[in-house]
Design a protein around this ligand. Structure first.
Ligand code: ATP
Ligand code: MG
Length: 343
């Protein structure tokens, strides 16, 4: 069969807590299908603070700048010591404006069978670029707290365009613009206005509809099957994508990607899970699903499909599941079972 060599330089950051355990599992499975990634291993997070007193060393950033592609385990930003959030730094460094979070039912027999939707979250602006301060009121020097965010017309246009392009490339039929333009008239209004403009360009190829975020949140619970691709501003995307992950089995199964034209960083949505780190019981599937997204990103749908089917087959049979999925299997048990099902 294929004798593909490892031709795509890719930065690999094992990360903190359960990061190294799940990374090892994922690399083993990628090797088993002869995935084309030539790993450049680099440190970040606590591992890097311990080694070089810098949570995001220059070597790591330089590697991503060169490869434009990274698989990243969960990173802990140290509290105190004045360290800035590593994820925010990475986003800014590479202008990773699009956060892509697919939500798909994997565990059968739950309340939400056959969910298959994708949330596209704007990653750089909105209330995450908040200018926060306090002013005196009622004799209290900090009696009022203010927070303002912003969006740019250019960025609103770009993120909605990303969602429509993603829909075209991935054979998705509909994009839903999620907003609160009835109340946040300027910021959400601009997002909606640009969204409608972009939708017009894709007319006949990808359908478009709109939801106010509160209604959308309710409908995600009552009828999530109506959604295909959802695109929204930063804070709404943060909340809705965690909500969506909850519908299909939680954090252990939720992958994500941060994308710009400079780089694409693939990751598990969950954190470093210090409570179970080092015990060998972490679920590697979120990071593995992120690796599957990365395979699709580099055009290897064939390998992505093979890993997807192995996951489906192992999880459906129900015998080998980690604790978070209601089973007793270890990370190694699950890895071995997945490898066995790779055809
Ligand atoms: P961090 O500060 O790095 O975000 P956290 O304490 O918030 O870490 P999370 O990683 O966000 O922890 O996880 C929240 C809960 O979900 C924890 O109880 C953790 O054990 C569990 N969890 C997260 N990821 C996994 C996983 N891959 N497998 C099993 N359990 C997980
Ligand atoms: Mg957390």
């Amino acid at each position: 069969m294929m004798t593909d060599s490892k031709t795509i330089p890719t930065t690999l950051i094992p990360g903190d807590g359960i990061g190294p355990e799940i990374t090892e599992s994922v690399v083993e499975i990628l090797d088993a299908v002869n995935a084309p990634f030539a790993w450049e291993r680099h440190i970040a997070g606590m591992a890097a603070v311990d080694a070089v007193n810098d949570p995001l060393p220059k070597d790591t950033i330089d590697s991503i700048r060169k490869t434009g592609l990274a698989l990243k385990g969960p990173l802990t930003t140290p509290v105190g010591g004045g360290f800035k959030s590593i994820n925010v730094t990475l986003r800014q460094e590479f202008g990773l404006y699009a956060n892509l979070r697919p939500t798909k039912t994997i565990i059968p027999g739950g309340r939400y069978e056959d969910i298959n939707l994708v949330i596209v979250r704007e990653n750089l602006e909105g209330y995450y670029a908040a200018m926060e301060h306090t002013i005196p009121s009622d004799g209290d020097p900090k009696g009022i707290a203010l927070s303002g965010g912003y969006v740019s017309r250019k960025e609103c246009n770009r993120i909605v365009r990303f969602a429509f392009d993603y829909a075209v490339k991935n054979d998705r039929k509909k994009v839903t613009l999620v907003h609160k333009a009835n109340i946040i008239k300027q910021m959400c209004g601009m997002f909606l206005e640009e969204g409608r403009k972009v939708a017009e360009e894709y007319k006949g190829r990808v359908a478009c509809d709109e939801r106010i975020v509160d209604a959308c949140s309710m409908q995600l619970v009552t009828n999530p099957w109506q959604f295909d691709v959802l695109v929204t501003t930063n804070l709404f995307g943060d909340i809705l994508s965690d909500q969506a992950a909850g519908l299909v089995g939680g954090l252990g199964l939720a992958p994500g990607a941060n994308i710009s034209d400079k780089a694409a960083v693939f990751e598990a949505v969950h954190g470093s899970a210090p409570d179970i780190a080092g015990k060998g019981i972490a679920n590697p599937l979120a990071l593995l699903l992120a690796a599957v997204m990365m395979l699709r990103h580099v055009g290897r749908q064939d390998l992505a499909d093979r890993i997807d089917s192995a996951i489906k087959s192992v999880i459906t049979s129900g015998e080998v599941r980690t604790g978070d999925m209601g089973g007793k299997a270890t990370t190694k048990d699950l890895t071995a079972a997945l490898k066995q099902k790779l055809v």
